[in-house]
Structures are given as structure tokens and as C-alpha cells.
Ligand binder design. Structure first.
Ligand SMILES: CN(C)C(=N)NCCC[C@H](N)C(=O)O
Length: 306
């Protein structure tokens, strides 16, 4: 199977309201340090920019304190985007702006979930490049997993029972670190889910066992691995990466956003956008779209397509 080369990354700025209104901020009575969270986000944005990606940066919306965690709002593979239905009610409205970006700017084939009972967080969907695993647990139910299977019939889609896992999202504890290397968090609850995945997997993966949860949070994009700085993930896990990952690595900090469940992978929607024969794009070619584009009213805003 050809390796995926992503050409777009959709990200969203960190809203001020994340400080004390995000899901999970109750655990931090002193609030999240928004300036620090924004620095973390900006560092990630700069790394993504260096990786041959067109960046679509959405302006934050204080009505949605978790809006920067864009990965939960959609599942995108190829030219198709399934709009998620976040399992936490406060997050369901986030999909509106994402839908607009996917439809109007990126001209994707956008699919809506039909079953009114379905719940789906993108953070529960792990696309390995070859097949899809959907964790059914705190935020995603079976009907949500079913919607993924119906939307992407060209891939094997396996539902894994994630209910007993302590983590909130599947991608808090499983992530791709390379083309067939899967990083796995420690803990018996995670190992139980891993066994389920191994039982149903259609392809062999090399399991890279990490020794901290945070060390598992990473993003593999265009042959590069973005992960945490050494002191955040622990020396042992860092040593594992040194030994196993022979492709370029980028080290960033994510401690502030992690306080409210944020991860590196949760901040990015990666897209491989090819020409879509069903929709006509006025004379503009991908190459003309600009290196750094801004959705909505940002000061550097550049219209992507018109
Ligand atoms: C793996 N992914 C996508 C995530 N970890 N998402 C972070 C969501 C955090 C937010 N406070 C929430 O509770 O929804």
C-alpha cells in the first residue's frame, strides 16, 4: 500500500475559555495557563509548517472551550470526511465550523452520521494507514463505530471494547509512530485492548511498548514523528524512541494542554487531499493555495478557494 503523504493540516487556536470551562478543567481549580497552552500550540503549528503541509488555522471560538482539539470532530481519510458527533454534549457544536472548512475550503466529500443515537469522537478512531480501529468506550458507541465502517468501506474497520480502559480516547493510549509501528501505553487495561486489536488486525504491526501514557502521545506525519520532550515522557520511553525510531523526530511540550486531556494528536486533522473529480475547483491548483492559510477573520487570512 502506498504511504500516505498528507498535504493539509487543520488546526484551531486555543480559546481563552479553555482556562476554566474546558471538559476536564474542574480538576484544575487554578485554571489552565492559557498563555502557556498557546505557546505549546504555536510550537506544534511551526513544526507542522516545516513538514510540507498547508496549514488551515481556524480562529478560536470561546463558546467552545475545547475547540482546539479538532481531531475529535471528524474522521478524514482521502477525500472523505465523516463529521463526528462528540460524546460530550458541550463539544457537539464544534463540528459546525469544521464542516464549513471541509466543505467550502477543502471541497471534501462530507458524510453525516445518520443514526441519531450514534456518538463518535475522532480521538477514538485510529487509522493505521492500512485499516481502522474504533474504540467503543466513554465517548464513542457502537453506532458511531458503525458509521465509520459504512463511510470507509474500502478499509477493514474493527471495533474494540474500550469501556474498561481508564483512558478517555483510544488515541490517548495507542498511536502510530511509523508506517507499521504502533506505540502502546502501559497498564493492564491497555494491554487487554491491545490483545483485542491483535486478534482482529488485518496487518502485522510492530508494537512499541512505552512506559508512560504521555510517551504514547505522538503524531506520525510525512515520515516525521512529533512527540514530547524528554523530561515530559520519561527517560526510559525516550530511550525506546532513540533505539526504534530511525526517522526524523521533533520534540515539543504539551504539559499545559495535557492537564485537560489534550494530546499532540488531538490538535490536528491531517488530510491527504487529491483532486476530486466530483467537484470542480475553479482554476486554482493545490500549489497556488499558499503555505499558510487562515480560516475566517484572522489578520493574515487568505481565502483558500473561491
Ligand atoms: C485523542 N484525542 C483526540 C484527545 N485526547 N482529545 C482531547 C479532548 C480533551 C477535551 N478536554 C475533552 O475532554 O473532550
Amino acid at each position: 500500500m502506498a504511504a500516505f503523504h498528507y498535504n493539509y493540516a487543520v488546526i484551531c487556536r486555543v480559546p481563552q475559555s479553555i482556562s476554566n470551562r474546558s471538559v476536564g478543567s474542574d480538576n484544575y481549580p487554578r485554571g489552565v495557563d492559557v498563555d502557556k497552552a498557546r505557546q505549546e500550540y504555536e510550537t506544534l503549528r511551526e513544526v507542522l509548517k516545516s513538514l510540507d503541509l498547508n496549514i488551515i488555522e481556524m480562529v478560536e471560538d470561546d463558546n467552545y472551550p475545547d475547540c482546539c482539539f479538532v481531531d475529535d470532530t471528524t474522521v478524514v481519510i482521502g477525500n472523505t470526511a465523516l463529521i463526528a458527533r462528540p460524546g460530550h454534549i458541550s463539544r457537539q457544536g464544534e463540528v459546525g465550523e469544521i464542516r464549513k472548512v471541509l466543505v467550502s475550503d477543502l471541497l471534501m466529500n462530507v458524510v453525516e452520521i445518520k443514526n441519531p443515537k450514534a456518538l463518535l469522537d475522532g480521538g477514538d478512531v485510529l487509522f493505521t494507514g492500512k485499516e481502522i480501529f474504533v474504540g467503543v468506550g466513554k465517548r464513542t458507541n457502537e453506532a458511531g463505530a458503525q458509521a465509520v465502517a459504512e463511510t470507509f468501506p474500502e478499509y477493514a474497520v474493527s471495533m474494540v471494547n474500550f469501556e474498561k480502559c481508564e483512558a478517555l480516547h483510544l488515541k490517548d493510549v495507542f498511536n502510530m509512530a511509523g508506517r507499521s509501528v504502533m506505540a502502546v501505553a502501559p497498564g493492564p487495561d491497555v494491554q487487554t485492548v491491545l490483545r483485542q486489536m491483535q486478534d482482529v488486525a488485518s496487518y502485522p504491526y510492530q508494537v512499541m511498548q512505552m512506559d508512560t501514557r504521555m510517551a504514547t502521545d505522538m503524531l506520525f506525519v510525512n515520515g516525521h514523528l512529533i512527540h514530547h520532550v524528554r523530561n515530559e515522557m520519561g527517560d526510559k520511553s525516550y530511550g525506546i524512541l532513540d533505539e526504534k525510531i530511525l526517522w526524523p523526530r521533533h520534540h515539543i511540550q504539551m504539559t499545559e494542554l495535557a492537564k485537560i486531556g489534550g494530546t499532540i494528536n488531538s490538535l490536528v486533522i491531517l488530510i491527504t487531499r487529491t483532486r476530486n473529480p466530483k467537484r470542480i475547483i475553479s482554476n486554482i491548483q493545490d500549489e497556488d493555495l499558499g503555505y499558510f492559510t487562515m480560516w475566517k477573520r484572522g489578520p493574515d487570512s487568505v481565502p483558500i478557494l473561491n
